[in-house]
Design a protein around this ligand. Structure first.
Ligand code: PHE
Length: 454
C-alpha cells in the first residue's frame, strides 16, 4: 500500500466545519468586491438573471461533482484524477486547476492587501467629513502607489501561508464559524443604511430590473466566469476540500447550503452598493475600485460609521483570507502528495512563486500600468485568463469526467454514501452534467471568446 493510502489524512471534524470551510472558500472578495463591479460593467439586472441561472444549472452540479471526486479519491486535485482514471490524460484537468490557483491567488492577494490598508484607514478615521471626490482620491492615490500596496500584499500572503502551514483541522475551522455569521449581520446593517439613502430606488432597480439590451456575449461569459469564481469552482478547490470530508457527510445538502450562503452574500453586497452608487453619483462601471470608493461614502454618513467601517473592512479581510487559504491549499496538497514535499516546504515554495506573480498584479495599477500583454494589464490578464477561461474549462472537463468517464453508478454510490442516503435529485443532476452543463459552457465559451459569432 502506498503511503498516501493509509488513513492519516488530515480532515474536517464536523458537518459544520465542512460548511464553514467550504462557505469560507466560496464567500470572499468574489462576492463583495468582484460581484458588484462585474454587474456594473455588464449593465445590471439582465446580467444578474443569467448569473443566477448559471449558479443553479451549472454551478451546483459542478460543485457536487468536485466534492464527489475528491471524497472518492481522497487525494489532491491532480492525484484524484490519477487515482480514479489511471493511465489516462484526465489528470490534466487537475493541472489546469493548479495553474488557475497560481493566477487567481496572484491577483486576489493584491485586492486582499487593499482591504488591509482600508482597515488602517478606517482605524485612523480617514473617511470622516470627506466628500465623494476626496474618497475616490484616497483610493486612487493608494492603489496606484508602490510601497504601500506591496507591503500589504506581502503581509496578506504571509498570513495565508502561516495558516496553510498549520494544516486543515487546527486552523480556520474554528474561526470561520463565528466570523462568517458576523459578516452577514454587518452587510445587512450596511444594506439598510444604503436603502434609506435618497435615490436608492434607482440603485435597486439597476440591480434587479433586467435590461437585456445591455447584455453582450462577453457579458454572458463574464456571468459564467463570476459564477465559477464566486463558488470556488473549476480549479479543484472543492476536490481538495472534498478529500478532507468524512464519508458520512451528505454532499448534496452541503452543496445547497454553500450555494445559498454564497449567493445571498453576493446579493446583499449588491443591495448595499448600488443604491449608494447612484446616491453619491459614482460610475457603476468604475471597476475594481467600486467597493473601496462606494462604501466609505456610506460609512461617513452613518451614525457610528467609524465602527461600521472598521468592522466591515476587518471582516472583508477575513473573508478574503478564508478564500485565499483554500486557493493555496490546492497547490500545497498537490506538491505534498504528488511530489512528496513536506507541507511546510510546499507552502513556502508556492507562496513565494505566487507572491512574485502577485507583485506584477499590484504594480499594474501604478508603476507598471503601461506594461500590457494583448492590450491588458497583468492584473486584468490574470483575472480574465483564470476566471473566464481556466475555471469554466476546468468545470467543463470535470462534468465530462463524471458524466462520461466515471459514470452514474459509481457517482451515485459516492454521493449517496454507498446507497445509505436518498438522493432524489440524482437523475436531474446526471442530466445536467451529462448534457446541459457541458453544452452550455461550451457555447458560452466559444461565443464569449469570439470563436463563434451570432
Ligand atoms: N470564491 C472565492 C471568492 O469569491 C474566490 C476563489 C476562487 C476561491 C476560486 C477559491 C477558488 O472570493
Amino acid at each position: 500500500m502506498a503511503k498516501s493510502d493509509l488513513p492519516v489524512r488530515d480532515s474536517f471534524t464536523s458537518k459544520f466545519g465542512v460548511i464553514a470551510a467550504a462557505a469560507g472558500s466560496a464567500v470572499g472578495l468574489g462576492n463583495i468586491w468582484r460581484f458588484p463591479y462585474v454587474v456594473g460593467e455588464n449593465g445590471g439586472g439582465a446580467f444578474l438573471l443569467v448569473y443566477l441561472l448559471f449558479i443553479v444549472a451549472i454551478g451546483m452540479p459542478v460543485m457536487l461533482s468536485e466534492f464527489a471526486i475528491g471524497r472518492k479519491a481522497q487525494r489532491n486535485a491532480i492525484g484524484s484524477f490519477k487515482k480514479l482514471a489511471p493511465r489516462t490524460p484526465w489528470y490534466f484537468v487537475g493541472v489546469i486547476g493548479v495553474a488557475a490557483a497560481f493566477l487567481i491567488l496572484a491577483f486576489y492577494s493584491t485586492v486582499a492587501g487593499w482591504t488591509l490598508e482600508y482597515i488602517v484607514k478606517a482605524l485612523t478615521d480617514s473617511f470622516a467629513g470627506k466628500g465623494e471626490a476626496e474618497i475616490s482620491g484616497l483610493f486612487e492615490t493608494f492603489h496606484t502607489g508602490t510601497f504601500r500596496p506591496l507591503f500589504w500584499q506581502l503581509i496578506f500572503m504571509g498570513v495565508t501561508l502561516w495558516i496553510v502551514m498549520a494544516g486543515i483541522k487546527n486552523g480556520i475551522e474554528k474561526y470561520t464559524k463565528i466570523l462568517m455569521p458576523l459578516l452577514v449581520v454587518m452587510i445587512i446593517v450596511i444594506c439598510i443604511r444604503s436603502l434609506t439613502l435618497p435615490g436608492s430606488v434607482e440603485g435597486v432597480g439597476y440591480l434587479f430590473r433586467p435590461n437585456f439590451s445591455a447584455l453582450t456575449t462577453e457579458g454572458i461569459l463574464a456571468a459564467l466566469g463570476q459564477a465559477f469564481f464566486s463558488l470556488s469552482l473549476g480549479m479543484g478547490t472543492l476536490i481538495t476540500y472534498g478529500s478532507y470530508v468524512s464519508k458520512k457527510e451528505n454532499l448534496g445538502s452541503t452543496v445547497t447550503q454553500v450555494t445559498i450562503a454564497d449567493t445571498l452574500i453576493a446579493m446583499l453586497a449588491g443591495i448595499a452598493i448600488f443604491p449608494a452608487v447612484f446616491a453619491f453619483g459614482i460610475d457603476p462601471e468604475s471597476g475594481p475600485g467600486l467597493v473601496f470608493v462606494t462604501l466609505p461614502n456610506i460609512f461617513q454618513e452613518m451614525a457610528g460609521g467609524y465602527f461600521f467601517a472598521l468592522i466591515f473592512f476587518i471582516l472583508l479581510g477575513i473573508a478574503a483570507l478564508t478564500s485565499s487559504i483554500s486557493i493555496l491549499e490546492v497547490v500545497v496538497a498537490y506538491l505534498k502528495e504528488e511530489l512528496n514535499l513536506t507541507r511546510k516546504k510546499a507552502a513556502v515554495f508556492a507562496a513565494i512563486v505566487i507572491t512574485m506573480m502577485g507583485v506584477l498584479c499590484t504594480l499594474s495599477f501604478g508603476a507598471m500600468e503601461d506594461v500590457t500583454i494583448f492590450k491588458t494589464t497583468f492584473f486584468d490578464l490574470m483575472d480574465f485568463t483564470a476566471s473566464n477561461v481556466l475555471l469554466p474549462l476546468g468545470g467543463l472537463l470535470i462534468v465530462l469526467f463524471i458524466g462520461w468517464y466515471l459514470g452514474s453508478s459509481r457517482t451515485r454510490e459516492e454521493v449517496s454514501n454507498e446507497n445509505t442516503l436518498r438522493v432524489r435529485y440524482f437523475p436531474a443532476y446526471i442530466f445536467l452534467i451529462k448534457f446541459v452543463a457541458p453544452i452550455a459552457i461550451a457555447i458560452v465559451f466559444l461565443y464569449g471568446l469570439g470563436f463563434l459569432k451570432l
